[in-house]
Design a protein around this ligand. Structure first.
Ligand code: SF4
Length: 652
């Protein structure tokens, strides 16, 4: 007797994940309940029952003192809402491949598409998918039902229709249905959502059945994917048997020369498959002594799991992106793999959707081969980091400047992410001055140099300050070689003092004296500028020996005296505001920055004792410009002249 185990058999990724979720909760001492049997396998459900796990058939009957696990089939959106409203604690173990369908139908139906699902409307997975549709939704089991569905709903021929499939739908039936669908529904879009684990099992089962005299399909009789495998095998091998446990083998007889194929559904645990293999071993030992070399079943079973090797480098194309993992199809292998979020990037804050896009081709490292589950665990960050260490080796030797992003502040410094490697920058090396707060660096792109690396311990230490200092020195050198009186700079105000402002004009600070800030008299520089402002300044004087630069800020075109000269003449009668009073007259503001004197003799048309007898500060009065002295920049004004003009005008 010769026995062959299908290349893929047993727990798929999604089922394994759901069962592991329950086991993890049990190990945490939690009281657990599953929403429906966690998988379609009586033996596993019984084992979990013995561990205290109960099965809750409806969300309404969820017990408040148990955490509820949503199984890999998923549920409709209404169930999530209900659980949240009732405050039921739940853990969602919906298989990501099913969740992907939820997303598709939710988006498509929101855009007005009618959803058609290739699958069994009574299956919980299909019911869950329907529960995410926001409009009309139908399901069909096979191509005949599809034809019937479209002929009895004529509007489907022209309406926008979206076709998806249950993850375990028969691949051959899908191909047939798709051809029909494309012809009947002209305004359609379709998504091939049969799970890779399922399609691979179906292909392997078909190949196995074709080359076998009898096939044993191991799995639960309620399991949709196990039944599919059984149907596929039966089509090519009439002696196909579906068994749930090894005990059922007793009722099946095999011939001495039979070639027996063994496969198992996605919800069949490895220990049950192993039991079947052991029992077959015993049987073949009794009846097939001549074929003993074929009967190391354990090896065969293990062999069936090997297709890829740990630490192999592979290429994968991103198929879907979930918050916790990215799913890829491996190029040349027709297998699905996943990159857990923690293996995607060295940045713990990175979101999966920010790191990769659907369709990206990635170089990846195999972390765990898991052919039995149809899925391979992969790492992107390790491939990236390996390349990164090569870059770092060269950068350390050549003292190259590297770029990175400050990721977080840690004890004693900051972490910079560069070339997929986390580099520690001690606080003393992180900023130009120790006074600068480290928190302000987070999220910023920085340049740094490596101080040391230890590849074995995966440690790298760098310095931002060394680059900052080098840049500052270079900037200073460039400045002093080009600076000249009159040259204009855009500078940043670094600090203010009572006598002026220090302005960084490219690595060198210059002083703008307070008198150079404004044409009017000011008490403090803050009346004109603030720290952090970018202002245009020009070089007034240079002291290269002391390294001092005097800067000017106020501009000639803003000089109020020039504005006055250009706009006013002797003889003009204007309104002015009294600004100050003294024993010899009153000062009046003509325009901001230019004042004139109204001598006491010119305040009234009669003699007065003092200016206060006629005027107060703040008064607006009409005056005549009687003299402009451009040398001393003095202006004489007269109210009396205005009064005389008025009197003369009246006499005329
Ligand atoms: S068969 Fe595929 S879709 Fe279904 S649970 Fe398994 S991995 Fe997920």
């Amino acid at each position: 007797m010769k026995i062959t185990v299908a290349k893929s058999a047993g727990f798929c990724f999604g089922v394994n994940r759901a069962v592991e979720t329950v086991n993890e909760l049990i190990s945490q001492g939690r009281r657990v309940s599953t929403l429906g049997p966690i998988i379609h396998n009586k033996q596993v459900v019984k084992e979990l029952e013995a561990a205290g796990v109960t099965v809750t058939n409806t969300p309404e009957s969820a017990e408040s003192d148990r955490v509820l696990v949503i199984r890999s089939h998923g549920v409709g959106s209404d169930v999530y809402s209900y659980l949240e409203q009732r405050g039921v604690e739940y853990v969602d173990a919906t298989c990501p491949f099913v969740a992907k369908i939820h997303k598709i139908v939710s988006e498509q139906s929101e855009q007005g598409a009618v959803v058609i699902i290739a699958g069994d409307s009574n299956h919980p997975e299909v019911r869950g998918i329907m529960g995410f549709c926001k409009g009309a939704v139908y399901a069909f089991k096979n191509s005949e039902e599809l034809i019937e569905l479209v002929s009895s709903n004529k509007e489907l021929a022209s309406e926008k229709v979206c076709l998806v499939s249950q993850t375990t739908f028969d691949t051959e039936e899908w191909k047939k249905s798709l051809e029909i669908f494309k012809k009947l529904c002209t305004n359609s879009i379709f998504f091939g959502t049969i799970c890779n684990a399922t399609s691979q099992r179906q292909i392997d089962a078909y190949q196995l059945a074709k080359n076998s005299d009898a096939v044993i399909v191991v799995g639960g009789r309620h399991s949709s994917n196990t039944n599919k495998l059984y149907e596929i095998c039966k089509k090519s091998c009439s002696r196909s048997y579906l068994i749930e446990t090894a005990a059922e083998l007793e009722c099946i007889s095999f011939g001495e020369d039979d070639h027996i194929g063994i496969t198992a559904g996605a919800s069949t645990p490895a220990n049950i498959i192993k039991e079947v293999l052991d029992r077959m071993s015993e049987k073949s030992g009794q009846v097939a002594e001549t074929a003993a070399e074929q009967n190391n079943f354990e090896e065969m079973f293990e062999e069936s799991q090997k297709n890829v090797n740990r630490n192999d480098k592979v290429f994968g194309i991103v198929e879907s992106i979930e918050p916790n993992a990215v799913y890829v199809t491996l190029v040349d292998r027709k297998q699905t793999g996943y990159i857990p979020v923690e293996e995607l990037s060295n940045d713990p804050t990175a979101k999966t959707e920010d790191v990769v896009k659907v369709g990206d081709q990635l170089e990846l490292l195999i972390m765990r081969t898991n052919d039995q589950e149809g899925l391979i665990m992969l790492s992107k960050k390790r491939v990236d980091a390996n390349k990164g260490w090569e870059v770092f080796d060269a950068a350390l030797e050549n003292k190259d400047i590297l770029e990175g992003t400050v990721n977080e502040v840690v004890k004693g410094g900051v972490i910079v992410l560069s070339n997929a490697i986390r580099v520690f920058i001690p606080a003393s090396q992180a900023t130009a001055s120790r006074k600068d707060p480290l928190e302000e660096l987070v999220g910023k792109e920085v340049e740094f140099r490596l101080l040391e690396i230890d590849k074995r311990r995966k440690k790298a230490v760098g310095s931002i300050r060394s680059v900052l200092k080098e840049r500052a020195d270079a900037a200073k050198e460039a400045f002093w070689s080009t600076v000249e009186v009159g040259k204009k700079y855009n500078g940043v105000v670094k600090s203010l003092t009572s006598y002026g402002a220090f302005v960084d004009i490219g690595g060198v600070d210059g002083l703008v004296h307070i008198s150079e800030l404004s044409w009017s008299r000011i008490k403090h520089p803050s009346e004109v500028i603030n720290v952090g402002d970018t202002i245009e300044v020009y070089v007034k004087a240079i002291d290269t020996e002391k390294g001092n630069i005097s800067l000017g800020y106020k501009k000639e075109e803003d000089n109020p005296w020039n504005q006055f000269i250009n706009n006013y003449s002797v003889g003009d009668v204007i309104d002015v505001t009294i600004d100050g009073l003294s024993s010899f007259g009153a000062f009046a503001v003509i325009i901001p920055g230019v004042k004139g004197l109204i001598h006491i003799s010119q305040i009234a048309d009669h003699r007065i004792e003092k200016p206060q007898d006629e005027l107060s500060v703040g008064d607006t009065v009409k005056v005549k410009i009687t003299e402009i002295n451009t040398t001393s920049k003095r202006v004489s004004l007269s109210i009396r002249a205005v009064l005389a003009d008025m009197a003369a005008a009246e006499q005329e």
